[in-house]
Ligand binder design. Structure first.
Ligand code: NAD
Length: 457
């Protein structure tokens, strides 16, 4: 383990303006631009994830009561994969891109240079407190930026561990701990990019504050991600894969299937599989939820659903747990069917056919993810053509997040911009167009007075 880099140590200099100023000085010094610096930071992040994986898993468990395996698999491993992918491709991403120069602008050559934006602010939520803080950081550092990270105040142990450990492994990164006030103060420093992951409601506040400084934003938000089960699917596999995505982190996942739309002709058979698989996966145990406030919100959603409760029941606000609950055909205007659930409740809604399912999805906000279970290629293409969503997985849930070549992000109210792999590098880069010409020849065609030209028109 190396000593903290003096310029990235959040303990020297107090206050948010000083912290930001320190990062600006690092960036303005120019050290973050070369390939070698970027690579060193990525390797540092890789070492942090490997050497501190136990400390990170313990911190996650302290904040979220989530087992080590889930933390390793869904928080630490995908972040380490991002690091490896970025290290492997960094040189290629940084290479200037030649583009054709039209005849009218000849003789000349044209290139696109990717340059870092400067000091980026990364604001992260509580549900994957390591991954959603460090995966954007991978992209910011790969693109040669400095960054200020603002983890969620709802995961204070992870936040403190990141604040302590990051400066030991990377330069050009400061961690500011805190909640909404600190977030707003940071945005008011007029940083060069804001990368926000969180709810659509707070996303609006963040985007409006950033707009005062014309700071560009990436917004990774949430919403209601549907899973459509058609009669031409393997119903048992569909049930397993929907529950796989729903039960990770007790359903507190931005791309968890929020609700299911199932064709009427196979509904009962599907519900049978769903119930059996739920018993198998949960072993009838209730699942942890974040806080009493979250537990009460989930109980209220369930109480107001006005559907048939297939299994489950209200959350326990003392134990902070909730049994996995399935509601069949809740009222369309219930809060359960209009708010993002973000917990272990799965509504299952009966539809006539795929077109009915598509119409229902299209009548709401565009989701962060959409899932389709079918073996029919024509159904798949119709779904892809008609449903706008941040990302889609066919015959699975959630796993598209783990493909580094795929952009990860929302559309409409589920987000603006994307990241992961090259897409993250692009999100934190400015594409600078450069035309180079010679001054050895200087044809008069371009210059005024355009007398001769006018006559020819
Ligand atoms: P949140 O929006 O409440 O908080 C996110 C961040 O914003 C935190 O760091 C918090 O301190 C800050 N914040 C909260 N209120 C604020 C305010 N009024 N002003 C300024 N800053 C404020 O989100 P959350 O509860 O931590 O996370 C859950 C939400 O995040 C869900 O909607 C989920 O879908 C979404 N999410 C999206 C993704 C994605 O990748 N698209 C990933 C995880 C979670």
């Amino acid at each position: 383990m190396t000593a903290p880099h003096p310029l990235s140590d959040p303990t020297t200099g107090t206050g948010i303006p000083q912290t930001v100023e320190r990062m600006r000085r690092v960036f303005d010094g120019g050290t973050t631009r070369p390939y070698a610096w970027r690579r060193r930071q990525l390797e540092g992040l890789g070492r942090l994830l490997a050497e501190q994986r136990v400390a990170l898993a313990e911190a996650i468990d302290a904040d979220l009561r989530r087992g080590r395996f889930e933390s390793a698999m869904f928080d630490v491993a995908p972040t380490a994969a991002e690091v490896r992918h970025a290290i492997k491709h960094l040189r290629g991403w940084m290479r200037p891109q030649r583009v054709p120069t039209p005849l009218a602008v000849q003789p000349g050559s044209s290139r696109v240079l990717r340059e870092p934006l400067g000091v980026a602010l990364i604001i992260s939520p509580w549900n994957y407190p390591v991954h959603l803080a460090l995966a954007p950081l991978v992209a910011a550092l790969a693109a040669g930026n400095c960054a200020v990270l603002k983890p969620s105040e709802l995961t204070p142990t992870v936040s403190a561990v990141l604040a302590r450990l990051l400066p030991e492994y990377v330069e050009g990164v400061a961690v500011v701990e805190g909640g909404p006030d600190e977030t707003m103060q940071l945005i008011d420093q007029g940083l060069d990019h804001v990368f926000f992951t969180g709810s659509p409601g707070v996303g609006r506040i963040v985007a409006a504050a950033a707009a005062q400084h014309l700071t560009p934003v990436t917004l990774e938000l949430g919403g209601k991600s549907p899973a459509v089960v058609t009669r031409s699917s393997n119903l048992r596999v569909a049930a397993r894969r929907i529950l796989f995505g729903k039960l990770i982190n007790s359903g507190q996942t931005c791309i968890a299937p929020d609700y299911v739309l199932v064709e009427r002709s196979v509904r009962d058979e599907f519900l049978g599989h769903l119930d059996a698989v739920a018993t198998e996966f949960t072993e009838r145990r209730a699942l942890p939820v974040l806080s009493a406030k979250h537990a009460e919100r989930l109980s209220d959603l369930l109480a107001g659903a006005d559907g048939q409760l297939l299994r489950g029941g209200p959350a326990d606000a003392d134990l902070l747990t909730m049994p996995f609950s399935v509601v069949v055909d809740p009222a369309a205007d219930s809060a359960l069917m209009s708010e993002e659930i973000f917990g272990p409740i799965l509504p299952v809604v009966t539809v006539d056919d795929l077109d009915d399912a598509i119409a229902r999805i299209r009548s709401g906000s565009r989701p962060l993810a959409a899932y389709l279970f079918t073996r029919d290629g024509r159904q798949r293409e119709r779904f892809l053509a008609r449903v706008s969503a941040g990302g889609v997985a066919v015959n699975h849930t959630v796993l598209h997040l783990q493909v580094p070549g795929l952009p990860f992000g929302g559309v409409g109210t589920s987000g603006t911009g994307s990241y992961h792999g090259r897409w993250g590098f692009e999100a934190f880069s400015h594409r600078k167009g450069v035309l180079r010409q010679t001054d050895r020849i200087d044809p008069p065609l371009l210059y005024p007075p355009y007398v001769g030209h006018k006559r020819r028109l």
